[in-house]
Design a binder for this molecule. Sequence first.
Ligand code: ADP
Ligand code: MG
Length: 592
Amino acid sequence: MNPKLLRAGIEDRLALALTTPISYHDYRIKNYIDLEEPLLEVVIQQRKQMQKLLIIEAYAKNINQYVDLLFFRTSSYHDIIFQEGSTIFVTSARVNKKNKRLQLLQPQKVANYKIGKIFAHYKVPIRGDIFEELKREYLTKEALLQEGLPEEAVERILHIHYPNEQFYKEYKRHKRFFGKYLEALKFVEAYRYMRALKQKRVYYPSICQIEANVQEFYKSLPFKLTNDQKRALEDIQKDLASKKAARRIVVGDVGSGKSLVMFGAAFMAKRAILMAPTTILATQLYNEAKRFLPTMKIGLVTSNTKVDLDQYDFLIGTHALLYKKLPKVCLVMIDEQHRFGTKQRNLLRKLVESSDGSPHFLQFSATPIPRTQAMMQSALVDFSFIKETPFKKDITTEVISKEDFKRLLAHITKEIEGNRQVLIVYPVVESKEYTYKSLEEAKEFWLRYFEGVYVTHGKDKEKDEVLEDFRQKGKILLATTVIEVGISLPKLSTIVIVGAENMGLATLHQLRGRVSREGLKGYCFLYTHDKANERLQAFSKIKDGFKIAELDLRYRKSGDILTGKEQSGKSFKFLNMAEDRAIIQKAREYVS
Ligand code: ADP
Ligand code: MG
């Protein structure tokens, strides 16, 4: 790429194509005066300075008459530009007629390179004539076709940068990019993004190529897997047999049974490592794995683990794994991948890598992503989706306010009497300023009127113990959003989320997913002072996490599943992830 363009932040040809004009101006020479877009080729005659006013008499060649150029503010610039005898092009936003003579108020010189065409103006930190030359050099039909774009898109892009009469007319009417032109810009944007991802993708040779039989795993289970679980496992079966090391993200809503997919993958790989974000989760997975994989030697790895890890087939642990000497395994997995930084996730994989190759690498995410986003990201990683849940989840969601509190208390009392558990999530641990009660402020009330009340939060050192005690004998758990992580509380039937309107829909959905884990009738109460809140109302009517992700997209910028960061800073200029599915789909076909 040209260094001048690079310095202007335009990294490649398609980025240049996406650097769209900020305005257009018709600089075609006409032999009449076009009041909207006047352009006169004038020969400068006399200058008359009348106090602050400068009047320059000029002969306009294209309309064969004398005109006056009027300047109310003058500087040495005017002496240089408007020298007697010189021929220049001028334009002005204001044209008057006085004593049959045209007056151009505060006219400006138009550079020669703009003359004779409908000119596209850009806002770039490059001198206009130079940019124009670069544009003509880089944005040609041949070059854009070479980039792999379809001809139709190329033509439209060229019209945007080299406007013709028809484009210009339409643009003036809409005052923005529209219709097929906007579509072409969206297409190029999607195409460029996916192509970059695809180029970033590196294929590593796999350490192990395994011909596994997933059916054996199915047969060993006490229940049938869902079709989506099977489909994910079949994707993984193919991955394991490949010479290329797998890079896959398994996305499944809360309670969709991702752990069984992990176990099936470990079963096929024979030697595997699984990292989970907390001790409580790792322990839960470990206990479950022992149940479903009786033939494997399974080890739990936390910071307290001292033994030699080589003796195990399947290691399940926390980030403590990152500090251990790890055995050579075929498969590395990460649960709740968004709880780890990119560095940690890749480090675990690299610890197992050797000159022989890279392990197959599977990440599991409980954050459903919109279809469009998955399509885009699939240039970089493969995806499997688990949309079904093994248990029909029956959760009633309701937006409530202060006036519903009595009713809420009655509901909580009834659930507790039925030996079910209740979780109440507060937005902050302590603070007096906040619009909602903090955990500290609220706990007094619950402790006074209820038994079996447990309290914990993210910074609580005893969090794991509290959760464990609560799981066994608690009635009400007061917490902050720590509880978001996939811990299993089978008796939990009700969740109350305080200040719900301040949380992202993805978080709300995660929280709601804590209840009704194993088919219990569930209740989710969104407590807010803003009962009419459109987002919350919409959320209360939708259960499917993937649909919620699409809804979320409409309300805010999408999160980036690969970096875990909000994508807002890097959001698209033209593309709308919530609406442009067809365009993204088409661009994807052109990328691959
Ligand atoms: P998540 O996807 O949220 O991690 P889990 O893997 O923890 O969900 O699964 C939730 C519960 O459902 C677990 O108790 C698990 O053993 C159980 N489970 C998973 N798959 C099935 C299935 N196909 N049939 C019955 N129970 C299942
Ligand atoms: Mg899980």
